[in-house]
Write a protein that binds this ligand. Sequence first.
Ligand code: SF4
Ligand code: FES
Length: 263
Amino acid sequence: MKTKNLTLHVWRQDGPDAKGAFETYTAENVNEHMSFLEMLDDLNEKLIIEGKEPIAFDHDCREGICGSCNIVVNGYAHGPQERTTVCQLHMRHVFALGWSEIWLEPWRAAAFPVIKDLVVDRGALDRIIQSGGYISIRTGSARDANETPIPKPISDRAFDAATCIGCGACVAACPNASASLFTAAKVSHLGMLPQGQTERFDRVRKMVAQMDAEGFGSCTNHGECEKACPKGISIDFIAQMNRDFVKAMVTSKHDVEAPNDAE
Ligand code: SF4
Ligand code: FES
């Protein structure tokens, strides 16, 4: 079993308006089988024993499904392992890269204010969902859904979009801090299914309006979002959202304003 000492430069910031800075720590005897977050747990225990403030970082499931663990590791949102959230990143992956010095930063985007250290407020993504990311007609029970014929390529593609866990890595990786990949995934998974057709064009107009109101940047096709996405969501969904958005604007009879107050 391999162990290693690592030098960590961690972004520390007391709150949204406080001035942040990197502080340097040594993580000692890091075991190759630890997850990245276990390595931080270990360091935090040491800091607490020394009477120091532990590093705040977000996490919940630690299984790659909740989207809470948001850390930029040496410049990579969610770390260097493709299609892997930072909670699923193991130290053996880090050792394999030969890294002994690691810089840890929060998601950096105007729409994601820092709450503390590595924790940011991703409420802007929730408000995009609240603006239209739902189906309000009665869709029946699970059995009714199973009895609705949907061509397999459509259901597979809708499912691909639905795997978005709302982590925001796409925003953190984008030079424009655009939330287009997230919004496109949410617009598309509902807009492709029969149950989502009634509100399809209102939905895309409202969600894009909310995305703009939250202060996210525009998509200029860098493709960094797709690369950083732990679920491998394709930027094709952005093109699909844009096509629906254009159709919605051409056929609309009234303007749509962002329904949720952006903070
Ligand atoms: S599109 Fe990918 S990177 Fe963006 S929020 Fe969804 S899962 Fe995260
Ligand atoms: S803690 Fe849930 S995805 Fe990482």
